[in-house]
Design a protein around this ligand. Structure first.
Ligand code: GMT
Length: 377
């Protein structure tokens, strides 16, 4: 039994895997008796404030005339220092390095008496995209090195962080976890709304940033549709959605592609589908792939970043090189037209999600890591 801790969590409250993970981790830690303080500019969308041991502290964003751009990093640092002092925090866990790890560093400098240990979890583009940008690079490296503990959501992200920043500091790999909703598991009731019984339902959900290669999703789907009846669900919104809509209109397939927009609960759509497509350019983990597997939905994804650590190629789905549209379509068709292969992959996915990426396992790893960092002078 691990003694209870007072933990501050800093994350992005908006839709996105890092914020979702931070929120779910907070819920699980609170259930285990720890006091969990969320510090961010809005209530994280999945946060259940009504639950025991959960607290929320809003960071105000002040828009002063002189500032052309509103500041967040500094007000966050001040808020972290206040919350840490008032609540006697043991641990401050920042999710996504920019600017959270830097604000945490500043907060620790402000504090005079007890300073919480800072743990930074790297999620992906804080290293592979934004972090690499020379305008941020030095401060990202500095903030990682100044954290008391650093975790990465995959072995691949750890390796990339070490290579790119030349960081020698130990980085612990702690995977993401996912808790499937029992009431959604196996629920195919939404299927009939989008597809007929003979048709397959393909899904993609993301923030539709260029890194997600949303046009590849559409093109893979079109190749599948040449061979079998299928409909496509696109969940989410973002800058790349416009070009997808245009191509859908150009091809005249408006009745086959359903744009569902932004959804806070994609579980029901995923569970009702037959296959998830994730042809991203870069993906440090691929939380949606894990979510699909947990609901027994096979995944066809690009072999990139940490995805091969989540999706077991040939067992819980198939992987192919980035941009290999024909190969991904071929592999999708293989899964969709072979009921025995489908069932096997579906079962394997659920088993893998439950064994390797369960909250019991991952939250336990975080607790042990917190304790280790607290015990390190
Ligand atoms: O980096 C992003 O694209 C945003 C970030 C997020 O906040 O959702 O996504 C990253 O973190 C997720 C949670 O750990 C991972 O599942 C995603 O793979 C990762 N995105 C990328 O690496 C592109």
């Amino acid at each position: 039994m691990i003694e209870s801790m007072r933990i501050g969590i800093v994350c992005y409250p908006s839709v996105g895997g890092s914020g979702v993970m931070a929120t779910e981790l907070g819920h699980e830690l609170a259930k285990r008796g720890h006091e969990v303080h969320f510090i961010t500019y809005a209530i994280p969308f999945r946060l259940r404030l009504q639950e025991k041991n959960i607290f929320f502290h809003e960071v105000e964003i002040d828009e002063y005339d002189l500032f052309q751009y509103p500041d967040y990093a500094l007000t966050l640092a001040v808020k972290i220092s206040e919350v840490a002092e008032e609540n006697d925090l043991d641990i401050l866990h920042t999710h996504y390095a920019i600017p959270h790890a830097t604000s945490a560093y500043l907060a620790r400098k402000i504090l005079r008496k007890k300073r919480p240990k800072i743990i930074t979890t790297l999620h992906g583009t804080d290293i592979t995209l934004v972090g690499k940008n020379p305008s941020y690079s030095r401060i990202v490296k500095f903030s990682i090195e100044e954290s008391d503990g650093v975790t990465a959501v995959s072995k691949d992200l750890k390796a990339k962080t070490q290579q790119h920043f030349g960081i020698e500091k130990e980085i612990e790999v702690i995977y993401n976890f996912f808790i499937p909703k029992p009431e959604v598991m196996g629920d195919k009731s939404l299927r009939g709304y989008f597809a007929s019984e003979e048709e397959k339902l393909i899904i993609h959900a993301s923030n539709f940033r260029p890194v997600k290669r949303a046009l590849d999703v559409l093109r893979i789907y079109c190749r599948i549709k040449e061979k079998i009846g299928a409909k496509l669900l696109l969940v989410g919104s973002g800058e790349a959605l416009g070009e997808v809509r245009k191509e859908v209109a150009d091809k005249g397939i408006e009745r086959s592609v359903h744009f569902l927009g932004h959804s806070r609960e994609i579980d029901r759509f995923v569970a009702a589908s037959d296959l998830f497509l994730l042809p991203s350019e870069q993906e440090s983990f691929g939380l949606v792939a894990l979510e699909s597997m947990a609901y027994g939905i096979p995944v066809v994804a690009s072999k990139v970043g940490g995805v091969p650590e989540v999706v077991e190629d040939g067992k819980t789905g198939f992987l192919a090189p980035v941009g290999a549209i024909d190969e991904m379509a071929e592999k999708a068709l293989k899964i969709l037209s072979d009921p025995i292969l489908y069932e096997t992959m579906s079962r394997n996915g659920q088993q893998r999600a439950g064994e390797l990426f369960s909250p019991q396992r991952i939250v336990g790893e975080y607790e042990a890591y917190y304790r280790k960092i607290l015990d390190t002078p």
